[in-house]
Design a protein around this ligand. Structure first.
Ligand code: ADP
Ligand code: MG
Length: 462
């Protein structure tokens, strides 16, 4: 075929062998009867792709859908089990965080090492070295061992190498999410230059907005297969509907959609969260400590609801607790993704297992990297205290305007009890429990949409 398609895959499949115990691999190797000790796991199947030269292709799909496997096969770091692949041109790839970096070496040494792995000569790197360091922004640290780098520095340097070595094909696997916003913007500007120069770019991201902003083409992978491919807008729509929409209730794996950053979230390091001045309340290890056997206690419905984030972080005594919610447009229509300017209502049901008073309700929106966008609570709003009787259900409504730039956000809600001695006591705090995807025109950056306008007045009206 012609070089108009630098990447061509036909019937590519990848099956991993899963060994339940390490010993099984050895047993299989030495089995005289050639017995099998593994299970097969199909990570990719029937992948047919021809990526035209000069395209920027965004690859989206939930965790485990085979995105990294696909990129690695294209890069040649992984051999497919089936099918054929043709790749023409020099590939520069940023696959995993720090892959190809040796922690004991300095940044400088690693630049050379990394570049040699992608077939770039020492002379070429000599010529580009300053540019790489400048792009990475890590300045003097270039002489320090990379083991002393933060993950952000790692990515910046790796990315600077990948992007400044004149690749024909640039492949980036989610790594950019680690860099800071300013660095990301610099990378996307560089993407634009590479695009103008007719280079082919493939990148995996969990952010559909980035795909919409930067890609001429998108691929949605689902369970190792291409579920849809083509115009980013349509592909994104299909993906969002699958993930958030009513069409497939079985697939609301929002933690997957929102990437790994939702898991392993270190809350101790999070900036101020919903209720002010919560101090050392520790997560409740025993759930439901409300020994009222005669009450019929509603079961938690969150997991059944759209936009629920299974990786939420929850604690509190749960003498009163949130057990259900709905997210809807101001007009009352249930909705799972929103546009800038939409009025949003989140209605959450609270059940009281004990009569309580002096309660405070709180609400916070955060970005996927934990930055608080907005927080408020009934105390800071001077609304007085709330309460409820044992066995009672109340609905707490959180009503707000979606003044956010497109992106992925999380909503946290909480109930706390005012206590003179201990400040606030967590009753039920559900951090990052609800995902709030905001879609729409991409171009502005930051988090808040200020309905900004810009005019230039030629008539000197001041
Ligand atoms: P994604 O990048 O979309 O999250 P991956 O391509 O990393 O997905 O993985 C696809 C699937 O293959 C996952 O279910 C993952 O657990 C599995 N997988 C990936 N690498 C291996 C491996 N070396 N051995 C066994 N299973 C693997
Ligand atoms: Mg991956």
């Amino acid at each position: 075929m012609s070089s108009d398609f630098p990447i061509e895959l036909s019937d590519i499949g990848k099956t991993y062998k899963i060994y339940h115990r390490p010993i099984d691999r050895i047993r299989e190797m030495y089995s005289l009867k050639r017995r099998s000790y593994h299970a097969d796991f199909q990570a990719l199947a029937d992948v047919n792709l021809a990526i035209p030269k000069g395209q920027t292709v965004g690859i989206i799909g939930p965790n485990g859908s085979g995105k990294s496997t696909l990129l690695e096969i294209i890069c040649g770091t992984l051999t497919p089990t089936r099918g054929t692949k043709k790749v023409q041109g020099r590939i520069s790839a940023l696959l995993e965080l720090g892959a190809g970096f040796n922690p004991a070496f300095s940044g400088r040494e690693n630049v050379y090492l990394n570049a040699s792995l992608i077939g770039i000569s020492k002379e070429e790197i000599d010529a580009r070295f300053d540019q790489i360091v400048e792009f990475s922004g890590i300045s003097d640290f270039i002489e320090h061992p990379v083991s002393t780098y933060s993950s952000g520095m790692y990515v910046r340097l790796a990315f600077a190498v990948a992007i400044n070595t004149d690749p024909d094909i640039l492949i980036v696997d989610e790594a950019l999410a680690v860099g800071d916003i300013r660095f990301q913007r610099k990378c996307y500007r560089r993407f634009a230059e590479l695009q103008k120069a007719g280079k082919t770019i493939l990148f995996v991201t969990h952010s559909v907005d980035l795909v919409q902003a930067h890609c001429s083409n998108a691929i949605y992978l689902k369970n190792g297969k291409i579920s849809s491919e083509g115009d980013p807008k349509q592909v994104i729509q299909e993906y969002l509907e699958d993930m958030f929409g009513p069409q497939s209730p079985d697939e609301r794996n929002l933690a997957a959609v929102f990437g790994t950053s939702t898991q392993n979230r270190d809350l101790d390091n999070s900036p101020e969260l919903d209720f002010q001045s919560y101090d050392d309340n520790k997560p409740d290890t025993e759930r439901r400590k409300h020994g009222k056997d005669d009450l019929s206690i509603p079961s938690d419905q969150f997991a059944e609801r759209q936009n629920y984030n299974a990786a939420e972080y929850r604690w509190g005594e749960q003498k009163a607790f949130f057990y259900d919610y709905k997210l809807e447009e101001g007009g009352g229509n249930p909705k799972s993704f929103f546009s800038t300017g939409d009025r949003i209502r989140l209605a959450a049901k609270v059940f009281f297992t004990t009569s309580l008073d002096r309660l405070i309700y709180g609400f916070t929106i955060k970005t996927v990297d934990g930055q608080v966008v907005f927080g408020s609570n009934s105390r800071s709003r001077e609304m007085g205290f709330f309460g409820g009787e044992s066995g009672q259900t109340v609905i707490v409504n959180f009503d707000f305007v979606c003044s956010l730039v497109p992106g992925d956000y999380f909503i946290s809600i909480g109930i706390a009890a005012d206590d003179d001695a201990r400040d606030n006591i967590a009753i039920d705090r559900r951090y990052d429990a609800i995902c709030l995807p905001v879609v729409g025109h991409v171009g502005d950056f930051g988090v808040s949409d200020l309905s900004f306008n810009l005019h230039v007045d030629p008539d000197l009206n001041f």
